[in-house]
Write a protein that binds this ligand. Structure first.
Ligand code: NAD
Ligand code: UGA
Length: 451
């Protein structure tokens, strides 16, 4: 398992998902030797073949380049990878438990494996927590586990840092290479200095904090962004009632530099692997710690009901939905990914099925992953198609749940000729309402002047 690099550090990535693989690829690109480790053999085998286990723009090309350059080595030998490296990044998942609090079992397991490898390793090693973890996890859980499993002392024999990741799926590589800021939570200056050196080529502010603060910065960012979207959604719902276009409103609002135009796109609600689980985890952790977060609880509640507004709009257009055929376009939680974790398509489709709707569904990348979220009966009733036009064929309405570019490229004629009734319910302001209305389509949308 020999990686040859000149002078640059060798890195072990523990957990090769979106964050682990992005970190691995970027560090390899800047010259480091990177061991990509995972407990999932299938993932490692796929990486070994130069195939990205997830659909993410740029992953596969860079993976093949870095393997060819001999700087990236996928492996299930986690202990061996740590032994051969000077820095380990913990990038394992931190999903929700049944009670919506954070499941830290993968983190503890990773810390235990690193600790065991450190027990027999000479020289200083830096352990970096990159996964999103609730405040005090690194200090009170990871650090003691490392000391227990290694029999060594943090600060003396090894260092600990918490370095949250802010990338988005669909633009993971670009975000990770052009961050707005780097946050280095450090147990001591020595640990922070190693990480600062690794990131010295980045042209952005670098903030050094203690471990708890770094953890809290990550949760605060995600909770704020989720709140900002829910706020836009609520204003969008109010705008609809007044016959005002929320996108025009938010254009005027976002020009205020204190607010910024980003994350003000009203729609069917926020999904994905992180906003839902992180807001829930922060609420649960706060409660456990004696604080009841009123605002964030309401933000979660607003996001539960928001996708169901699409069903209200379809009912407004078609009347009773029972027995009608509706095409749902877009199953991924956002465009340019095949990730369906917490996708708003699930409550939407379940709501439609409850009303007796015959659903045809299409997504350019995420259909297979979406099927795994369904029970057998649901899978057998929904018609999954290979093209958008097949899903639209004969439908009495279509609901756009994910704003994929191929839906943006529709012309009014495409819908008029394919559908039984050209009715569009747009959950993401994918289409230009005026153009489609002028083209003979009945257009309804979140935050649009639906009559
Ligand atoms: P993921 O589920 O895509 O990948 C996690 C990987 O860790 C899996 O492949 C799993 O097999 C592996 N793993 C679990 N236990 C392991 C162990 N002991 N040793 C080695 N591998 C192990 O997760 P992700 O989306 O990359 O997220 C990872 C963390 O980063 C989470 O805490 C998440 O909240 C955070 N985060 C994610 C994103 C994102 O866009 N996905 C962005 C920022 C932060
Ligand atoms: C989000 C954050 O943007 C990242 O900074 C963070 O690192 C990541 O979570 C994480 O911690 O995992 P991501 O979930 O990949 O990234 O995607 P976003 O682009 O933030 O979209 C999340 C959801 O919000 C999607 O369902 C999207 O459709 C929705 N959204 C986004 C809106 O409804 N309106 C908007 O204006 C923006």
């Amino acid at each position: 398992m020999e990686i040859k690099v000149d002078g640059s550090p060798k890195i072990a990535i523990i957990g090769t998902g979106y964050v682990g693989l992005s970190t691995a690829l970027i560090l390899a690109k800047q010259g480091c030797g990177v061991y990509c480790t995972d407990v999932d053999r299938q993932k490692v085998d796929s990486l070994e073949k130069g195939i990205s286990p997830v659909y993410e723009p740029g992953f596969e090309e860079l993976l093949q380049d870095m393997k060819q350059a001999g700087r990236l080595h996928p492996t299930t030998d986690i202990q061996g990878a740590i032994a051969a490296s000077s820095i380990s990044f913990i990038c394992v998942g931190t999903p929700s438990k049944e009670d919506s609090s954070i499941d830290l079992s993968y983190i503890v397991n990773a810390a235990n494996m690193i600790g065991k490898a450190l027990a027999n390793k000479d020289g200083y090693h830096l352990v970096v927590v990159k996964s999103t973890v609730v405040p005090t996890t690194t200090k009170k859980l990871v650090l003691p586990e490392l000391e227990k499993a290694s029999g060594k002392k943090a600060g003396k024999d090894f260092g600990v840092s918490m370095n949250p990741e802010f990338l988005r799926e669909g633009s993971a590589l670009q975000d990770a290479q052009e961050p707005d800021r780097i946050v280095i939570g450090e147990m001591d200056e020595g640990a922070g200095a190693v990480l600062a050196k690794l990131y010295e080529q980045y042209d952005c502010p670098v903030l050094h904090t203690d471990l708890d603060t770094a953890e809290m910065i990550k949760y605060t960012s995600n909770s704020f962004l989720a709140t900002k979207i829910s706020f836009a959604n609520e204003i969008g719902n109010i705008c609809e009632g007044f016959g005002i276009d929320v996108y025009e409103v938010m254009k005027g609002v976002g020009l205020d530099s204190r607010i910024s135009p980003q994350f003000l796109r009203a729609g069917a609600g926020w999904g994905g692997s992180c906003f839902p689980k992180d807001v829930m985890a922060l609420v649960a952790a706060a409660r456990e710690n004696g604080t009841d977060p009123i605002l964030l609880s309401k933000v979660l509640e607003q996001n539960q009901v928001q996708p169901l507004r699409l069903i209200d709009l379809a009912t407004k257009a078609l009347g009773d939905l029972a027995g009608k055929r509706i095409a749902v376009l877009g199953l991924a939680f956002k465009p340019d990914t095949d990730d369906v974790r917490h996708t708003r398509a699930l409550p939407l489709i379940r709501g439609l099925l409850d009303k007796g709707v015959m659903v045809s569904a299409y997504d350019p990348k995420a259909s297979e992953n979406f099927k795994l979220l369904l029970d057998e009966e649901e899978r057998s009733i929904i018609i999954f198609t290979n093209t958008a036009l097949d899903a639209l064929d004969g439908a009495e309405a279509c609901i756009i749940q994910t704003e994929w570019q191929e839906f943006r490229d529709f012309s009014p004629k495409d819908l008029v000729s394919a559908m039984a009734r050209p009715v569009v319910v747009d959950g993401r302001r994918t289409l230009d309402p005026v153009r489609f209305i002028n083209g003979g389509v009945k257009y309804l949308g979140i935050g649009w002047k639906n009559d």
